[in-house]
Design a binder for this molecule. Structure first.
Ligand SMILES: Cc1ncc(COP(=O)(O)O)c(C=O)c1O
Length: 378
């Protein structure tokens, strides 16, 4: 295990040394509260006597409730296609542990969520990265195809993307599904941010991917969609035979997720659409405020198509301020101005930094952000 400090650890250290008020844009914690219906449901679930392990696939009630949620979006999903786990990250670990043997390979377009560069290695597999150029950091299906060879087991794509904010359009998604079907491998789609697409035409996999497909493995998370990162709950949608193997892996190595939380989600998962609309707008408005605040500085950032995040190009500013890496730049900015950006090196994006819009307490902080960045660069 490589336990070397990450760029973010070094920025956190620098931020701790800053005395004044901080503008911390590091972690993807939602800026909106969870639905009150779910908090009430948890109180009710806690009052009932549930002390046993849940089934390893997830409770039948929650899996049926998830299937109904997808039916509302017009997707025909069976409870047998649903596997519940401790958030999307553990779900990804279970999927990769189930799919991979030593010597296998996963094709990973970068910049990407840091865990995805490491998780396949836990199982003796390697990661073949395919760099995306940005902005707009679109997925180049031809280059992904070139990276596939006989030991490739999966292509791993996150849309909307953490850290770029790019979102797959329906044609690219179809092309990726066809490519993986032709190669006899899986398309692992991380949809943790699918509820946060600012342009609805950049659809999620819904209506594009056949929910009964034997190719796709879709990861969903309650962390961002319902503002419930701490409840540690997410699920996988895949074909039933794979779901059985995931269930075996969870039973053998992980054990099932929390029964109370599953029961609470089962009874109140179907929150009003207005909840999701307000959550989306609170993230979108903060990101837009950051785009306009940085527009008044030598740094710039494009409005992402979805998700919580965007990348800022630091290359010119690194050069003019004499910082050799994004990590060094972000450390100085955090120590001197109390502004924390996540260095791009952790995402496979050297020369860039990631910000989380959802981390900003209110969009009003954006002007202060702009003033501090200008002062740092002057
Ligand atoms: C792309 C992506 N996938 C998965 C996760 C983790 O989700 P969960 O909290 O459900 O484990 C995150 C969290 O930031 C993420 O950005």
């Amino acid at each position: 295990v490589n336990a070397a400090p990450r760029g973010i650890d070094r920025v956190r250290e620098a931020l701790d040394s800053h005395d004044g008020e901080r503008i911390d844009l590091l972690v993807g914690t939602p800026c909106f509260p969870p639905p009150p219906e779910l908090l009430d449901a948890l109180a009710r679930a806690a009052a009932a006597p549930h002390f046993d392990y849940a089934p390893n696939q997830g409770t039948p009630g929650l899996r049926q409730a998830i299937a109904r949620l997808h039916a509302r979006e017009g997707e025909d999903v069976d409870a047998a296609q649903v596997f519940v786990s401790h958030g999307a990250k553990v779900a990804a670990l279970v999927v990769l542990g189930t799919l991979l043997q030593p010597g296998d390979e996963v094709v990973l377009p970068t910049p990407c969520y840091p865990a995805y560069r490491k998780l396949p290695r836990l199982f003796g597999a390697t990661v073949r990265t395919v760099e995306r150029e940005g902005p707009p950091f679109a997925w180049d299906v031809e280059r992904i195809q070139e990276a596939i060879h006989d030991r490739t087991r999966a292509v791993l794509v996150t849309s909307p993307c953490n850290p770029t904010g790019a979102t797959l359009d329906p044609e690219a998604l179809r092309a990726l599904v066809d490519l993986c079907r032709g190669a006899g491998i899986r398309l692992l789609l991380d949809e943790a941010y699918t509820a946060f697409r600012f342009d609805p035409s950049t659809m999620g996999s819904c209506h594009v991917v056949d929910p009964k497909s034997e190719v796709t493995i879709r990861l969903r998370s309650f962390s961002k969609t319902y503002g419930l990162c701490g409840w540690r709950m997410g699920y996988v949608l895949a074909e039933p035979q794979l779901i059985e193997r995931l269930t075996w892996f969870q039973a053998s190595h992980v054990n099932p997720p929390n029964t109370l939380i599953q029961n609470a989600l089962e009874s109140a998962i179907d929150v009003p659409a207005s909840y999701h609309a307000v959550a989306l707008e609170s993230v979108r408005s903060r990101l837009a405020a950051i785009v306009s605040a940085l527009g008044a500085t030598p740094l710039s950032m494009e409005m992402p198509q979805g998700g919580f995040y965007a990348l800022i190009d630091l290359r010119d500013a690194m050069h003019s301020t004499g910082h050799a890496s994004a990590t060094e730049f972000c450390r100085s900015l955090a120590a001197r101005e109390g502004v924390a950006f996540w260095p791009g090196e952790d995402y496979g994006a050297p020369g860039w930094a990631r910000i989380c819009g959802a981390a900003l307490e209110t969009p009003d902080f954006a002007d202060e952000l702009s003033a501090r960045v200008r002062r740092f660069l002057s």
